[in-house]
Design a protein around this ligand. Structure first.
Ligand code: ATP
Ligand code: MG
Length: 482
């Protein structure tokens, strides 16, 4: 099984790639008679000339993108594809970010090669995805996402499906770069950068919009939101993250179309909300979503944030804390974030179980299980996050035990750091005295002897140990010591 998986991922391919059938499955392709890969006769230049038709070409002296800012994987993927005779560009968020003088978090690549063709060019690559087939190309630790130019979902051929409300649920149709640009959401996201020629191809005045600080939907906003309601969340998230103004006609339909979000599968909403919370601009995004009326039953995850009178301060602090971490380049753990979102609900359930007469720890476990069971499904929180959430919650009562050996044990727990950060938020939000958090900070930083001096008097009732009944002649040392 493992062997097969390895073989699949690190497939050794024939040195000579298979020839591509002329005019294969892509009738709309500008180069319908591309020669076989192995001949490499079609230079990248001739492809490029065909693509620039209909595009405004922005030269390096104008856009000034420093191609050294591209990752080595991005360079190598583009080079590999172009050498094999295909068109290849950096596309989407990375070009937009480079033009805004931001460091892109990843580099997506668009090409006229089909997934199979891309797969044949790179030894370490694999085809993934069902909704739209993509190729992951691996260079060292880096994974580059390579997508084939997408065509119009209205085309009769290809694998495309649209619901009655206009929502696209499958759109595996290939097309030209012109079609591909038209399918993207915002003008700022539809720019194609070729690091070889250092030209940016712009089909929808995205360059002008970026320079003017505007986020504008390509095409008719109503139609584009109906096709994919998640675009309503994307516009809010990207404008908050990038400091771009939403162009008025892009913004106008959102309030009246917000209900369409109800049809979106929860797992997609979850992915988008996670991006929003981990964007480094969660606080701005949350208030923008509220302003656009994109909550109240539409986004369960957002309702949890906005509709908790008890925990609002705590959740806002958590989001602020996450923003600070992300902006300073630190990692932010989604489980930690979900643990904060549901903490006050968990506390309330815990109180109820305790009031019913259950002991502290069993009551805590019952409350954790109940909140996870009711909320994880509603919010589409995956199992891989819930185990860590429970660990962070489960360790909280242990911070209140500051005597004996217990604090030492807690310091060595693998989740100590996350649980400690969580404790600090509880203190900052006023739920616990600040003194507890300060004590743990000092305790963790102290040396051995000082630590021992910091411990509080052990007032907890001693556990009764079973005494070994002394038999005549029993010389058990531990029993003798007691
Ligand atoms: P981020 O910096 O947050 O990753 P992004 O714009 O790169 O923002 P991705 O989700 O990585 O967002 O998408 C990459 C590109 O794919 C976008 O720039 C856009 O061109 C296109 N895209 C993504 N989602 C959609 C969508 N729902 N509709 C149309 N185009 C989309
Ligand atoms: Mg991106």
């Amino acid at each position: 099984m493992i062997k097969r998986l390895f073989a699949k991922i690190f497939k050794t391919k024939n040195a000579k790639p298979e020839p591509i059938k002329a005019g294969g499955a892509r009738p709309k392709h500008p180069q319908s008679s591309r020669p076989p890969l192995s001949t490499k006769k079609t230079t990248h230049r001739s492809n490029h000339a065909a693509s620039t038709k209909g595009a405004v070409v922005i030269e390096h002296h104008a856009h000034k993108i420093d191609r050294n800012l591209l990752s080595s994987g991005a360079h190598r993927t583009i080079e590999g594809l172009q050498k094999a005779g295909f068109e290849a560009y950096i596309v989407g968020g990375a070009v937009r970010d480079l033009l805004l003088n931001r460091i892109p978090k990843d580099f997506d690549i668009a090409t006229d090669a089909t997934p199979e063709e891309v797969n044949r060019v790179f030894r370490r690559s694999r085809i993934i995805g069902r909704r739209f087939r993509l190729v992951h190309v691996l260079f060292g630790d880096e994974t580059l996402e390579v997508s084939t130019f997408r065509g119009s979902h209205l085309e009769a051929d290809g694998d495309s499906k649209v619901t009655d409300s206009g929502r696209i649920i499958r759109d595996n149709v290939f097309g030209s770069i012109v079609d591909d640009a038209l399918r993207r959401d915002f003008t700022a996201n539809a720019l194609y950068y070729d690091p070889s020629s250092q030209q940016v191809l712009d089909f929808h005045q995205g360059y002008t919009d970026i320079k003017a600080g505007v986020l504008r939907m390509i095409g008719k906003p109503e139609t584009r939101y109906a096709e994919d309601p998640v675009r309503m969340l994307r516009v809010v998230r990207l404008s908050a993250k990038l400091g771009l103004k939403i162009e008025p006609s892009t913004q106008a339909p959102i309030a009246k179309m917000a209900d369409l979000l109800q049809d979106v599968p929860p797992s997609r909403l979850f992915d988008e909300m996670l991006k929003l919370f981990l964007s480094g601009h969660a606080i701005e995004s949350v208030s923008a979503l509220r302003e656009q009326h994109l909550h109240h039953g539409l986004l369960p995850m957002l309702d949890v944030v906005l509709e908790q009178p008890m925990g609002e301060r705590f959740v806002m602090l958590a989001l602020k804390n996450t923003d600070d971490r992300v902006l300073s380049g630190k990692s932010a753990n989604p489980s930690f974030l979900f643990a904060t979102l549901l903490w006050h609900e968990m506390l309330a359930a815990w109180e109820i179980y305790k009031a019913e007469g259950h002991h502290l720890t069993p009551a805590l476990h019952m409350a954790m299980n109940e909140v996870i069971a009711t909320q994880a499904e509603k919010l589409a929180i995956h199992n891989r996050y819930t185990a860590t959430m429970k660990e962070i919650w489960g360790l909280q009562p242990r911070f209140e035990q500051r005597a004996g050996k217990r604090p030492f044990g807690l310091l060595t727990h693998p989740r100590y750091r996350a649980a400690y950060d969580f404790l600090l938020l509880r203190c900052e939000s006023g739920e616990l005295p600040m003194e507890i958090g300060e004590w743990w900070t000092a305790f963790a930083n102290a040396e051995g002897d000082t630590r021992a001096e910091m411990l509080q008097a052990d007032t907890a009732p001693k556990k009764r140990r079973k005494r070994n009944r002394k038999k005549p002649g029993n010389t058990d040392v531990s029993a003798a010591k007691e």
